[in-house]
Design a protein around this ligand. Structure first.
Ligand code: HEM
Ligand code: HEM
Length: 133
């Protein structure tokens, strides 16, 4: 157990989190910048590849956060003991992943589910902010 590893794992969770929320931003950019993207073939093809990569791997990035979270929490717990802000961020993260899996498995996921999943993504950013700042 060491402090550098704990820090690395913490930032790895944040990196994966950022990759999950890119899902929202690449889709938004595709909608809003459609006209501009079409003007340049290389940019358009590149952006299309990025969109596919981000959307296709969304579930994977989301699920991986849990594995890294467990490693970070175990490492930090053995050095520092319980962290209240860490536990709060972890609770929101677990809730978000459970919501994601539910939405993925649900036969019909409504607009309400998407609103909640997006809202909890924002909440998670706040919780992580409280933990590390
Ligand atoms: C969403 C979940 C979490 C994220 C994204 C996260 C992220 C991070 C990051 C990036 C750091 C390094 C901060 C720095 O060097 O300034 C850190 C430190 C730390 N984390 Fe977490 N963490 C999470 C959950 C937890 C959990 C569940 C625990 C419980 C044991 C925990 C305990 C700690 C402790 C004790 C530190 C070091 C002391 C501190 O700087 O406050 N974290 N975390
Ligand atoms: C850190 C964890 C996660 C975060 C922060 C997160 C965040 C988001 C966000 C912001 C959106 C909205 C994208 C849009 O507006 O179109 C979204 C969509 C979605 N998420 Fe997640 N998510 C996470 C984990 C998961 C997991 C683990 C799953 C399933 C296993 C999942 C399944 C979905 C599905 C099915 C959608 C809607 C369709 C799609 O864009 O693929 N999410 N997520």
């Amino acid at each position: 157990m060491n402090t550098d590893l704990g820090e690395f794992l913490g930032y790895a969770i944040i990196t994966l989190y950022l990759l999950t929320i890119l899902n929202y931003f690449v889709k938004l950019a595709n909608k809003k910048l459609k006209v501009h993207l079409k003007k340049n073939k290389t940019v358009s093809a590149g952006f299309s590849l990025l969109t596919k990569f981000i959307v296709k791997n969304h579930k994977l990035f989301g699920l991986l956060t849990i594995a890294v979270l467990l490693s970070h929490a175990a490492n930090q717990f053995l050095i520092y003991g319980i962290s209240q802000t860490g536990a709060l961020a972890a609770s929101v993260l677990v809730l978000q992943v459970a919501l994601g899996v539910y939405g993925y498995k649900a036969k019909k996921r409504g607009k309400t589910w998407l609103r909640i999943h997006r809202g909890v993504a924002v909440l998670l950013m706040v919780a992580i902010g409280i933990h590390i700042l």
